[in-house]
Design a protein around this ligand. Structure first.
Ligand code: UDX
Ligand code: UDX
Length: 464
């Protein structure tokens, strides 16, 4: 089976970069990315590639090269479905905010809508691929909907979870640790569909890195991979609190532990807490699934990763208040970094949102600087929490473009995202502008003590 036309539903952080790289590496395949959000598609099609809606290092260059050649962005979902042999579903699957499983389960409403639309529009056989992270056995629901069309069209459902991390998406797509393709290994049609997808990736990924499994293993592997990664962050964050009490230094501990080749050095960086669209959502999902099978110990075990993460965010903010003589009311606090990690403009579940919210409850005045996040996004993140009504967030929070200027007469600065530019900020000038004593809180262990003379300095995970 040779694939000529690919459609991807969902032009987000996953769909956009993934399809751009597929289009670049498979010039003979036409790739159309569709989205119901007209404005998002307009930005993807903006003649100025720097206006594409997602910031990822290297992405604008690829879009410039392939857009209009074999990569297209459109809102005409039906046409793209109709023309395609292979459809990636890459829509968002947020945690449910209503009904059964509220606050835990994944909301599959968009996935189901996509399946119904595919079923309705398709006139020829298609391979449908789950790209979104989904609870185990979602493929069965998809199959049920797709097979009920009654118009004789055959669908093969594959699971092909995405392991890219934001900020390094292009590099992760070009050089993945592995690609996972789950499908119906038992049947010939299933194997053919899997081969077709494997062939696409084999255009640039060595075959030995492309794993094929049954659909359920593939779905569960994605949730498990994210749960393991998040667990490492919560593990080191738990130790960071102990370090602050014992004069151990969390970086030294992480290094010593990570040099054991059985543990490995990655994902052991203590922080103000993990964020992003996946970790929390996927673990909640895992916990929900375990609970639904009455696996109490399994559910409790994984839930602790989230409990620890929430504790870390709260504890960081509480430490700030405590250090500043137990009150921050009307004090000016500058937050450097709003994105959930560096090199992305994504703010979903960013620790900065929760730290700011905590400080706002203590009646602080907040100034925010982030090199890539827009003012509207920052207000919308705070409004979404629903902690304050009306204009209160806009009155208490100011968003600025100049991090040094922002520190004029500030009581404190908190570094919450590890943007490289914060390392080389003119800290001397920042210090001079601030009220004294000048408090500096490093939630990313980004700053070296020797570069920040004068400050009352608090670095997470060590005694300062
Ligand atoms: C993805 C995955 O889908 C999610 O399951 C995974 O855990 C994280 O990554 P992401 O690409 O980050 O989500 O989401 P987002 O940037 O919100 O993009 C999803 C897009 O799908 C949005 O642009 C939305 O408008 C679009 N969409 C949603 C549709 O086009 N149709 C729908 O029915 C629903
Ligand atoms: C994650 C997975 O890494 C990726 O494989 C999956 O496809 C999607 O979810 P992402 O959320 O984009 O990717 O970024 P990641 O680099 O995993 O970081 C997640 C959060 O953990 C960030 O807030 C980051 O700052 C934090 N983190 C990460 C730490 O605090 N310490 C670390 O050592 C590593």
């Amino acid at each position: 089976m040779k694939i000529k036309n690919i459609c991807c539903i969902g032009a987000g952080y996953v769909g956009g970069p993934t399809m751009a790289v597929i289009a670049q590496k498979c010039p003979k395949v036409k790739v159309t990315v569709v989205d119901i959000n007209e404005q998002r598609i307009q930005f993807w099609n903006d003649p100025d590639v720097n206006k594409i809606p997602i910031y990822e290092p290297g992405l604008a260059e690829i879009v410039k090269e392939v857009r209009g050649r074999n990569l297209f962005f459109s809102t005409d979902v039906e046409k793209a479905i109709d023309e395609s042999d292979m459809i990636f579903i890459s829509v968002n699957t947020p945690t449910k905010t209503y009904g059964i499983g509220k606050g835990m389960a994944a909301d599959l409403k968009w996935i189901e809508l996509c399946a119904r639309q595919i079923a309705e529009v398709s006139k020829s056989d298609k391979i449908v691929i789950e790209k979104s992270t989904l609870p185990v056995r979602t493929a069965a629901a998809l199959k049920d909907i797709l097979d009920s069309t009654g118009n004789g069209v055959k669908f093969q459902i594959l699971s092909n979870p995405e392991f890219l991390a934001e900020g390094t998406a292009v590099e992760d797509l070009r050089n993945p640790d592995r690609v996972l393709v789950g499908g119906d290994i038992e049947t010939e049609e299933g194997r053919e569909a899997m081969d077709a997808l494997v062939d696409i990736y084999a255009s640039w990924v060595p075959r030995e890195k492309i794993l094929t499994t049954n659909v359920w293993s593939s779905e569960l592997s994605k949730l498990t991979a994210n749960a393991f990664l998040a667990q490492r962050v919560s593990s080191i964050n738990a130790i960071s609190e102990l370090c602050e009490k014992t004069e151990a230094d969390v970086n030294e501990v992480a290094k010593a532990v990570g040099m054991d080749s059985r543990v490995g050095p990655k994902f052991l960086k203590a922080s103000v807490g993990f964020g992003g669209s996946c970790f929390q959502k996927d673990i909640l999902n895992l916990v929900y699934i375990a609970r639904s099978f009455n696996l109490k110990e399994v559910a409790d075990y994984w839930e602790q990763v989230i409990i620890m993460n929430n504790h870390q965010k709260r504890r960081f903010a509480a430490n700030m208040v405590r250090a500043m003589h137990n009150t921050v009311a009307d004090k000016k606090i500058v937050i450097l970094g709003w994105a959930f990690k560096k090199d992305t403009n994504d703010t979903r579940e960013s620790a900065a949102i929760y730290v700011a919210d905590y400080l706002l409850n203590e009646q602080a005045k907040i100034i925010v600087y982030d090199p890539k996040v827009t003012e509207e996004q920052i207000y919308s993140d705070l409004d979404y929490l629903g902690s304050r009504s009306g204009n209160a967030n806009r009155q208490a929070v100011t968003v600025v473009n100049d991090p040094v200027q922002a520190c004029e007469e500030a009581h404190a600065v908190a570094v919450l995202t590890e943007w490289d530019e914060f390392k080389n900020l003119n800290w001397k000038m920042v210090y001079d502008k601030m009220l004294k004593p000048a408090f500096l809180f490093d939630g990313r262990r980004l700053l070296k003590k020797e570069n920040i003379e004068g400050f009352n300095f608090y670095s997470l995970g060590s005694v300062n």
